[in-house]
Design a protein around this ligand. Structure first.
Ligand code: FES
Length: 147
């Protein structure tokens, strides 16, 4: 049911971890399953993604897609990273079962959220980038306080 590439990236995920003092951090939750993804970007002065790491509380497909997505954005400019869509990631993994397609959105959305964070911090505009719609990062502590 899963391609060899999916299994490889699930069993040996690339770029797991976090980056201290990252240029941009994005955290998103998947409304469908409640899983969470966080992406850290290290971006140099030429707007090139020097390093990228991810952490996820997600399923195997989320791990595999994030692993592949981080490989695809590494070394790219922030603008080029916008082309790494969940479809591009799935193609690079030789596909995902239809019920797992939503998992691949976590990586794309978390990368966009991290790019948004970077753009905000640096006062730049990334063409086509929209504000993260499911950034739960700021809400984590607030939610805890409410209860
Ligand atoms: Fe939640 Fe896949 S089931 S990310």
């Amino acid at each position: 049911m899963y391609s060899e590439k999916v299994m490889d990236h699930f069993q040996n995920p690339r770029n797991v971890g976090e980056i201290e003092n990252a240029s941009g951090v994005g955290t998103v939750g998947n409304a469908k399953c409640g899983d969470i993804m966080r992406i850290y970007l290290d971006i140099d002065e030429n707007q090139i993604i020097r390093d990228v790491k991810f952490k996820t509380f997600g399923c195997g497909a989320a791990v595999a897609t994030s692993s592949m997505a981080t490989e695809l954005v590494k070394g790219k400019t922030v603008q080029e990273a916008m082309e790494v869509t969940n479809k591009a990631v799935m193609d690079a993994l030789d596909g995902l079962p239809p019920v797992k397609v939503h998992c691949s959105l976590l990586a794309e959305e978390a990368i966009h959220a991290a790019l948004w964070d970077y753009a905000e911090k640096n006062g730049i505009k990334i063409e086509g980038l929209k504000p993260p719609k499911a950034d739960i990062h700021d809400g984590e502590e607030d939610a805890a306080e409410e209860y």
